[in-house]
Write a protein that binds this ligand. Structure first.
Ligand SMILES: [Zn+2]
Length: 162
């Protein structure tokens, strides 16, 4: 049975990892990491879900298993292992561009506190990474774009109706 965090999000979808399950690695958040995930849902995911008005897919949330086994391609600065970030995209991928823009607009218009919004594209896949806090608790409100997960550049400063 799924553990509901909010109307539209469950703990299971925030902690499921295809990689962890394929490799048989545990991916269970501790109490603090669970609080991080709930806070992310309450502050960001659920409020934006209500504005977006359509299903949002969490492609990756908690990745504690990365601390157990140093995996290829896992970034040492990732905050996914602490439950402080999510990768999301619209269920309806024909709206991905609109989703990215709308989400960024919403973060700014609502003056949301967050660490990093990253417009990500990789090998034909697209999603948005939202880092809520750094491990040390910072919220830098950076907006970035990457197409390889290695090189990141700042997006032009956000302005209304850009
Ligand atoms: Zn991410």
């Amino acid at each position: 049975m799924a553990t509901k965090i909010s109307e539209h999000f469950t703990l299971e979808e925030l902690t499921y990892s295809k990689t962890a399950s394929a490799k048989g690695l545990p991916n269970e958040p501790n109490a603090v990491q669970t609080v991080h995930l709930c806070r992310l849902v309450y502050d960001i995911l659920e409020p934006f879900r209500l504005v977006w008005g359509d299903a949002i897919e969490v492609t990756s949330g908690f990745r504690g298993f990365e601390k157990i086994q140093k995996l290829e391609h896992s970034s040492s600065t990732s905050v996914h292992p602490e439950g402080l970030a999510v990768d999301i995209r619209p269920k309806n991928m024909s709206r991905i561009k609109e989703f990215k823009q709308r989400f960024r607009d919403w973060l700014h218009e609502e003056k949301k506190e967050y660490d990093q919004y990253i417009d990500e594209t990789r090998n034909g896949s697209e999603w948005v990474h939202l880092g809520h806090f750094t491990v040390s608790g910072k919220q830098r409100r950076q907006d970035l774009v990457t197409t390889d997960g290695v090189n990141y550049r700042l997006l032009p400063r956000w302005t209304k109706n850009q």
